[in-house]
Design a protein around this ligand. Structure first.
Ligand SMILES: [Cu+2]
Length: 114
C-alpha cells in the first residue's frame, strides 16, 4: 500500500466514526432493556420502555425461542441458546408478545409517553 491510499483510508475511517457519533449525541440513543429467556419464561415479563429505546432478548435455554407480538406486528429473530436479538421501540408498538414456538410463554411491554 502506498502512502496516499493509506492516508485516504485513515481519513475515511475518522469521518465515519465522527458521523456515527453526532446523531447519537443530538437525538439521544434511547435506553437498552435486557430481557432474558430462561426456563421458558421472559425475565422480566413486564417492561416499561420509551419510543427510541431498544429491547434485547437473550435466550439462555437450550430450546429455541423468540419474541413475537400477539398481533404479529413485530418479532425478534429466532433465538437459539445464548443468541440475542434486538427490537427498536416505535410509537404504537403492540404491547403483548409471546414465543411463537411456545405460545404459553407470554410477556408484555408498556410504551411510556416520550
Ligand atoms: Cu419458546
Amino acid at each position: 500500500m502506498n502512502k496516499i491510499s493509506r492516508r485516504t483510508l485513515l481519513a475515511a475511517g475518522t469521518a465515519s466514526v465522527a458521523m456515527a457519533a453526532i446523531p447519537a449525541r443530538s437525538q439521544g440513543m434511547g435506553k437498552l432493556h435486557e430481557v432474558r429467556i430462561r426456563n421458558f419464561t421472559f425475565i422480566p415479563d413486564m417492561l416499561e420502555v420509551r419510543v427510541g429505546d431498544t429491547i434485547r432478548w437473550t435466550n439462555e435455554d437450550s430450546a429455541p425461542h423468540d419474541a413475537t407480538a400477539l398481533d404479529r406486528s413485530w418479532n425478534s429473530e429466532l433465538l437459539r441458546r445464548n443468541q440475542s436479538s434486538e427490537v427498536k421501540v416505535v410509537q404504537g408498538m403492540s404491547p403483548d408478545y409471546l414465543c411463537s414456538i411456545h405460545p404459553s410463554m407470554r410477556a408484555s411491554i408498556k410504551v411510556l409517553p416520550a
